[in-house]
Design a protein around this ligand. Structure first.
Ligand SMILES: [Fe+2]
Length: 203
């Protein structure tokens, strides 16, 4: 079957679901070729973004404690948390643009670990790799439902930033591993903190 015909079928299937949308409440008047599968997956993605924000926030709090006193890493993980919150908001806004609705779910509690900079960055790399893979799957869903607008949104607003972010985390992991004493860690943290101060000044 040709791609054109497959897309026409997907669009018609999504259009026929318009009548059931809204579960008793007002129906969206702007919904067009927006599949329930994509709508559900976006709600799952919102939960993942919020879980990441919660985790980064927890890690940031540990580095801000006087027992660690690492202002650079404290700021960095705080920034990561804010970024993830921003992503969750982007998804919610996108659902509204497409006439969908967000379903908010329970956010998983983060383990209270005794975080070190290396453990925290390794955790961030693991989470961001999983997140990138989830985004790639969302991009595939766009093709499955011939939803070009959604596919472009995933690519433009998320995928490029994900890969750039992973590279920065990989670099940071190598830099932490290269540091072999407490003075080195102090200098690394200081340099991160300096970036924070510069950013604060520029704003
Ligand atoms: Fe994110």
């Amino acid at each position: 079957m040709s791609r054109k015909l497959l897309c026409a079928r997907a669009v018609l299937a999504n259009a026929s679901k318009l009548v059931s949308f809204g579960s008793g409440s007002r129906e969206s008047s702007i919904r067009l070729n927006f599949s329930e599968e994509i709508e559900e997956s976006i709600s799952d993605q919102i939960s993942k973004e919020l879980t990441a924000a919660y985790t980064y926030f927890a890690i940031s709090s540990v580095f801000g404690n006087d027992t660690q006193a690492l202002p650079g890493f404290h700021w960095l993980f705080d920034e990561f948390a804010k970024e993830e919150l921003g992503h969750a908001k982007l998804w919610v806004d996108y659902l509204n643009i497409r006439g969908g609705k967000a379903k908010f779910k329970t956010v998983e509690c983060v383990e209270n670990e005794d975080w070190t900079p290396l453990k925290a960055v390794e955790k961030a790399i693991k989470m961001e790799k999983a997140m990138t893979w989830d985004l790639e799957k969302l991009r595939d869903l766009a093709d499955k439902h011939c939803d070009y607008h959604f596919g472009k949104f995933v690519e433009d607003d998320f995928l490029t930033e994900q890969y750039d972010g992973l590279k920065k985390l990989g670099d940071l992991k190598t830099q932490i591993e290269r540091v072999d004493d407490s003075f080195g860690l102090y200098m690394l943290d200081y340099n991160i903190f300096k970036k924070y101060k510069k950013k604060e000044k520029d704003e």
